[in-house]
Design a protein around this ligand. Structure first.
Ligand code: ADP
Ligand code: MG
Length: 341
């Protein structure tokens, strides 16, 4: 299997380490996301994979091919990888077809077969009718699809995408997500998709690497990250939730509803912080008293911000609107204990 293996990759710029000891084994054909806040080292990691940046330490292999280590550096064109950028990076003076065919031209593919491959790639992104237009006549979404076709025309084993939807509006992003999913399915290539948007990562990827300050925080399926965050940082970064301070006695990571209720109503001196997801809060006639601070319409449901008797805030979902200042009762049925920071 041609898995993409990153072993303790590090990158220093001067005396600053921006990627530190990053190890990941990306299965062949996986749709992987590198997810993390701006500045955490995602682009640098992608550029190391592409060969646009040399690694400072570590080892990078694709199947049994060594791409880079402390003394080896395979150039980008020898790596069988394609890259798509946020800025599309299309040549304005070339037609759509010339842009898409450019990598093939570099490989000296003759004109007739080249045109055929280009049209096939444009067919996939539903832009064959635009082959002889200038990129300037196209919308942002269409330009990004041209960039995708150009990346795929040379049949890369690995497709690297750096925030490809960041320049597009929200409505178009949803459509483009579908395009990427479809694309991934049709090509069978390994996708490494960089984003700072966790909803996008969750929607697209089968595997997510969460990065923070150049380090890997967690690697797993979206469901794992959400349900079993490995540390407090991931717990807060992924998904919605409120952090409550409880009086605590036990040392378990996942607290059940009873423990949460005891902690909130008890008087223990030993305090701890717990993350509670809104879907783990039942609003009804039983439990702790809370007052509705705000009720925000979200289309399919309402998001409540509740204030508990001791002043702490809690978010919850509700199927119908509640009045502000109204008193309700809540039961918490699961919480995630955060380690002291
Ligand atoms: P991300 O893509 O997650 O926003 P980057 O990989 O672009 O993060 O950057 C990570 C850190 O490395 C940032 O602090 C950035 O300023 C720094 N950095 C990136 N490229 C260079 C460079 N060529 N020289 C010096 N510092 C850099
Ligand atoms: Mg970046």
């Amino acid at each position: 299997m041609a898995e993409l293996k990153l072993e303790r990759l590090s990158k220093d710029f001067g005396d600053r380490t921006v990627v530190r000891d990053l190890s990941l084994t990306i299965p062949e054909g996986a749709f992987t996301a590198l997810l993390g806040p701006s500045g955490c080292g995602k682009t640098t990691t992608l550029r190391i994979l592409a060969g646009l940046e040399r690694l400072s330490h570590g080892r990078l292999t694709l199947g049994d091919r060594l791409l880079a280590d402390d003394s080896t550096h395979l150039p980008p064109e020898a790596r069988h990888m394609g890259m798509v950028f946020q800025s599309y990076a299309l040549w304005p003076h070339m037609t759509v077809a010339e842009n898409v065919g450019y990598p093939l031209k570099l490989q000296k593919v003759p004109t007739a077969p080249r045109r055929k491959q280009v049209l096939a790639a444009l067919e996939v992104v539903e832009l064959a009718a635009y082959a002889d237009r200038s990129p300037q006549e196209l919308s942002g979404g269409q330009r990004q699809r041209v960039a995708l076709a150009r990346c795929l025309v040379s049949e890369p084993q690995v497709v690297l995408l750096d925030e490809p939807l960041a320049n597009l509006d929200r409505h178009l992003r949803a459509t483009m997500e579908q395009t990427f999913r479809e694309f991934h399915r049709r090509t069978g290539a390994t996708f490494v998709y960089v984003t700072h948007d966790q909803a996008e990562a969750m929607a697209l990827a089968s595997h997510i690497a969460v990065m923070h300050q150049g380090e890997l925080m967690q690697w797993g399926a979206p469901q794992d990250l959400y349900q079993h965050p490995q540390n407090a940082w991931v717990a807060r970064f992924i998904g919605k939730g409120s952090v409550l301070t409880l009086a605590a006695r036990d040392d378990v990571r996942q607290l059940d509803g009873t423990q949460l209720h005891q902690g909130l109503s008890g008087t223990g001196s030993d305090r701890q912080q717990v993350l509670v997801r809104p879907e783990h809060v039942d609003v009804g006639d039983e439990g702790l008293a809370a007052s509705v601070e705000s009720c925000i319409y979200q289309g399919e449901r309402y998001l409540l911000v509740l204030r508990l008797a001791d002043g702490q805030r809690l978010t919850a979902f509700h199927a119908w609107p509640l009045r502000e200042q109204q008193t309700v009762r809540v039961r918490l049925h699961q919480g995630w204990r955060l380690e002291a920071a």
